[in-house]
Write a new protein. Structure first.
Lengths: 509, 481
């Protein structure tokens, strides 16, 4: 609260200073006039997004809507580039001319939440013609390096351009918006002022797009930029109409800096490489034949040091993840050299991608509601990260800790042939569920004698009660419950129309 | 607004000349609170004051929490300024009771022991006598019996027994003091209600719990409460009742889970329906009829002692069964509660500190690690104690050049050392000494950490005395008495 007040007051101060002497700014800056001329034939549009996410715990409901305001960059073909974060769970997207205030409804053409990029197009091509008449597409420049001067563009209230210089001080890989998705970033120091549209600010180099603002840490004045190479990768992938996404290796690594650990691994003085500590099921690493305990010494011809870095021709020392993820496409050749039991082994294959939908525990979810099934008041859901994140950290006790742990290492369920982990998340009190109201958090193992491997098997199993009774076996206390099948059907009707007004008893997509 | 004073007529007379509370004494305790963060240290000295009362020749009853972790105890009676050294004879942390004796009992020979009464009726008046905060002399507060119920005893934090709620003011210092009705003790004041939601709520340990304690120690030692170690699941659902083969008479409660290491688990399993215990019917909601009153079914077990048996009638797959279960204490439960009068156990090796998972440890280290919290929170529920009766935590890494790369792994759960599975702290010592062939390494595997922690044995052994000295650790392990 205190911080908020502080930033608000400093903003007011900054504005009043501007008002006192605008001519001073022009004199001292000297750059205001010519740059503005470039922007007159603008490539920037304001983007206003209304979003509404689904409630992870009451899955048939949506949370109250909110709005995000940012800037979009017009690319060729009148496609507008924004961050994925900007359009996540969007219900209505609108483009706005910064000066005239003219508006146009838009929709998402393609989006990648891991790489955090999206392109928008006009909802109605006919209306778009006039809207884009004065707009000039921007080109992309992927050539930025450490030390290059870039500028962050913002638009003031009257369509005026605000330019903030930024020097690239570091290029590295860092986490983007979705948990665990790590990609290339540029990092620079500098102050960025707060404006009405703070999402998705373009970062420009010589009039071309060098990236989008990923985040700004006002405390340390660190600016992190989602760089052009990742945007370019996304655009190339979308160009053919089918989007494949970035490949993922599915391997966990450890550093090999610890001298005693190196001795244990029989690494000699001067040997480098990273230790493979886990190989995820069904992903590139496993398909390639990587094994736990391997020491990766080179990837696609790049030598790997003991921190897991290689020497990139453009950026210098950089995490190897950029080789197999950021700069590579699905289907690209992959050649990995490992030390295995003292011998050098060369593994060759192709880079692949495992999509979130194929994962037993969905890592993120946007634009669609959580899958669920309601039966006589019992609410069954798929275990997902979004569900667990819906609980604050301080509420992570007992059953939530257990579910979180299963989500982290679901191998046992994969082995049993589960496609998803189904659990009883809550119970809406109904007559047929009498006595079960306080239950929640139990894994569903078997219903009416059928093993439950996803919501579809559960849905089918609930159509076959035995002697008019459903028998549900759970992984945890109380392990066994029964429900009358007829009473359940009656309650299902009541759930839709009665006090709960649920609308639909299931969402299985 | 009522102006009448309904109490006036109902109040019991307080005979100031009587010696009813002559036997109520003040207990002054000096304590040493064990340090679970630096387990090799002696701990933090502190002190407290409570109340006790004479129940027999040189025998004073008080709360366990008044005298827990005591290094020195002194008793003072109300009409004698002299402090008299005292010591603990019996202490029961699971029901928060203790018996003390004066080192020299003759100072108290002239006092009359107090008599135990029964369970007081609701809305009858009681007085609490003791030495609470707010002054030095004896204090008397008055109230009525508000509720008689099963309730958690906060001293251990995991045990629940019968307790009686009164609205007499019970404040710090009252603990261990008698609650009196008609000249007889009907309870021992022991806890209040923390938080701002409730007012005028105090609790006392009722006579049945006191008597059980006194009977348990008759043989010269305290054997603790016994436990059936099952969780019952009320049968309220008609389909559940039908499927489990029950009638409409409201009899039978389902076993939701039975601890395999517990007394009940040897006979009962999930899905069984308990219909009677010791011949008394058990109802769908887990209540049992005893002496014509419906009480929690645990009450039957509560009255038993270690080694006693209980007859259980139950249905399995609709078939009637009858078994006798010998009752014992359920050990895995104990570490989930607060422990007292115990020296923290630990082992240090080359700066790696190993400690067993206990509530005291969780509190002292305020461990945030989700895996450790999962283990603690689901220790019984997921039957984790079966594989690891005493999970061992790498609580800290005392930095030194030998272990500097291992410091991020503090708060890990130890799975294996040198190929030996670690199930309790005592395993660590032998496992560390074990050599795998002529491998010059000590290899520690942590749960859910996919790389081994490796120390070169020669370097570790060279560093060990240095680290002990630097971090002022007098003894490299305490594995228990």
């Amino acid at each position: 609260m205190k911080t908020f007040l502080f930033s608000l007051s400093s903003l007011v101060l900054a504005m009043s200073l501007c008002a006192q002497g605008p001519e001073v700014a022009v004199d001292s800056g000297g750059v205001g006039t010519p740059r503005e001329a470039i922007i007159k034939s603008s490539s920037l549009l304001k983007v206003n997004v209304t979003y509404q996410s689904f409630s992870p715990h009451i899955p048939w409901q949506k949370e109250s809507p909110g709005s995000r305001r940012g800037l979009g960059v017009v690319l060729k073909g009148n496609e507008i580039l924004v961050t994925a974060q900007m359009v996540a769970d969007s219900t209505y997207i609108e483009l706005e001319q910064p000066e005239s205030g003219q508006k146009l409804t838009a929709k998402v053409k393609a989006v990648d939440y891991e790489a955090n990029v999206a392109v928008l197009v006009a909802e109605n091509a006919e209306r778009a013609k006039g809207f884009f008449a004065e707009v000039k597409p921007m080109e992309i420049d992927t050539g930025a390096r450490i030390g290059d001067g870039l500028s962050v563009w913002q638009i003031g209230p009257a369509g005026d351009l605000i330019v903030t210089p930024l020097r690239v001080s570091k290029v590295e890989t860092a986490e983007y918006f979705v948990d665990g998705s790590v990609f290339l970033v540029y990092e620079g120091n500098g102050i960025i002022r707060t404006e009405g549209n703070s999402f998705t600010l373009p970062v420009v180099k010589g009039g071309k797009l060098a990236g989008l603002l990923l985040r700004y840490d006002s405390k340390n004045q660190v600016t992190t930029v989602l760089p052009a190479p990742i945007i370019d990768h996304f655009l190339k992938d979308t160009a053919d109409g089918t989007y494949e996404g970035f490949p993922n290796l599915g391997v966990e690594f450890q550093l090999t800096l610890d001298g005693q650990f190196r001795d244990y691994l029989k690494m000699k003085e001067g040997d480098t490489g990273m230790y493979v500590s886990q190989v995820m099921k069904g992903m590139t690493g496993e398909k390639l034949g990587l094994k736990e305990g391997d020491i990766i010494t080179s990837v696609n011809g790049f030598d790997i040091d003991s921190r897991g870095n290689y020497r990139d021709p453009q950026y210098g020392t950089l995490s190897v993840s950029h080789v197999v993820r950021g700069r590579a496409f699905v289907g690209d050749a992959l050649k990995v050299t490992v030390m295995r039991e003292g011998k050098e082994v060369v593994l060759e294959g192709k880079l692949a991608r495992k999509n979130p939908a194929e994962m037993i525990v969905s890592p993120y979810r946007f634009d669609r509601g959580p899958n669920y099934l309601l039966a006589g008041g019992l609410l069954f859901q798929e275990l997902s990260k979004a569900y667990l994140e819906g609980f604050g950290r301080d509420r992570q006790t007992g059953p939530i800790l257990r579910l979180a742990r299963l989500a982290k290492s679901p191998e046992a369920f994969e082995k049993k042939g589960c496609k998803k982990i189904i659990f009883l998340s809550a119970v809406l009190p109904t007559p047929s569920a009498q006595g079960y109201e306080r239950m929640g958090g139990q894994i569903v193992e078997e219903v009416n004698g059928v093993a439950i491997t996803d919501l579809t098997t559960l849905d089918e199993a609930l159509k076959k009660p035995i002697n008019g009774v459903h028998t549900i076996r759970l992984g945890e206390f109380p392990h066994l419950i029964h429900i009358d099948a007829l009473a359940m059907e009656r309650d299902n009707m009541a759930i839709i129309t009665g006090g709960y007004r649920v609308g639909s008893l299931k969402r299985i997509e | 607004m009522a102006v009448s004073l309904p109490w006036a007529g109902m109040a019991q007379p307080i005979d100031l000349s009587s010696s009813v509370w002559d036997g109520v004494v003040n207990i002054d305790a000096s304590m040493q609170v064990p340090d679970y963060r630096e387990p090799w240290n002696g701990g933090r000295p502190t002190g407290g004051s409570g109340t006790g009362f004479l129940i027999g020749k040189n025998r004073f009853l008080t709360n366990a929490h008044v005298v827990s972790n005591a290094t020195k105890l002194v008793i003072r009676s109300s009409n004698d300024p002299e402090p008299h050294p005292a010591r603990i004879v019996f202490i029961a942390h699971d029901c928060d009771l203790a018996i003390l004796e004066a080192v020299d009992g003759k100072h108290f020979e002239h006092l009359k022991p107090m008599q135990l009464g029964g369970i007081p009726k609701l809305n009858t008046e009681v007085i609490a006598v003791g030495y609470p905060i707010g002054g030095d002399r004896i204090s008397v507060t008055r109230g009525v019996v508000s509720r008689i119920d099963f309730r958690q005893y906060s001293h251990s934090g995991v045990d629940s027994h019968l307790s009686i709620q009164v609205d007499a003011a019970i404040n710090p210092g009252n603990s261990g003091g008698p609650v009196i009705q008609d000249g007889k003790v009907v309870g021992v004041a022991f806890q209040g209600y923390s938080g701002n939601v409730a007012q005028n709520v105090g609790y006392m340990i009722p006579v049945p719990v006191i008597q059980r304690f006194l009977k348990d120690v008759e043989d010269g030692k305290y054997d603790h409460y016994v436990d059936l170690a099952i969780s019952d699941f009320p049968i309220e659902n008609p389909a559940q009742r039908k499927a489990l083969g029950l009638g409409e008479d409201g009899i039978g409660v389902m076993v939701g889970s039975a601890e395999p290491a517990g007394s009940g688990g040897k006979v009962l399993k999930t899905g069984d329906v308990i219909v009677a215990m010791d011949g008394s019917p058990v109802f769908n909601n887990g209540l049992i009829k005893l002496d014509d009153e419906l009480v929690n079914m645990n009450e039957v077990v509560e009255r038993k002692f270690a080694g006693d048996s209980i007859k259980i009638e139950f249905l399995r797959d609709g078939k009637k069964m009858k078994e006798t279960v010998k009752l014992a204490r359920f050990e895995p439960y104990v570490r989930l509660g607060n422990l007292y009068d115990e020296r923290p156990r630990y082992l240090v090796y080359a700066g790696l500190v190993f400690q067993p998972l206990e509530r005291n440890l969780m509190d002292a280290h305020s461990i945030q690690d989700p895996l450790v919290n999962y283990l603690f929170d689901n220790f019984l529920g997921d039957k984790l104690y079966v594989e690891k009766p005493e999970p061992v935590i790498l609580t800290q890494v005392l930095p030194d050049e030998v272990n500097t790369f291992l410091t991020p792994y503090a708060h890990g759960v130890v799975e294996e050392i040198n190929g030996v599975k670690i199930t309790r702290l005592a395993d660590v010592k032998a496992a560390l000494a074990k050599k795998i062939g002529d491998e010059p390494f000590v290899v520690v595997k942590l749960m859910e950490v996919n790389r081994p922690l490796v120390l070169r044995r020669d370097l570790a052994e060279e560093a060990h005395p240095r680290i002990m000295k630097t971090y002022n650790i007098p003894q490299d392990a305490f594995l228990g008495e």
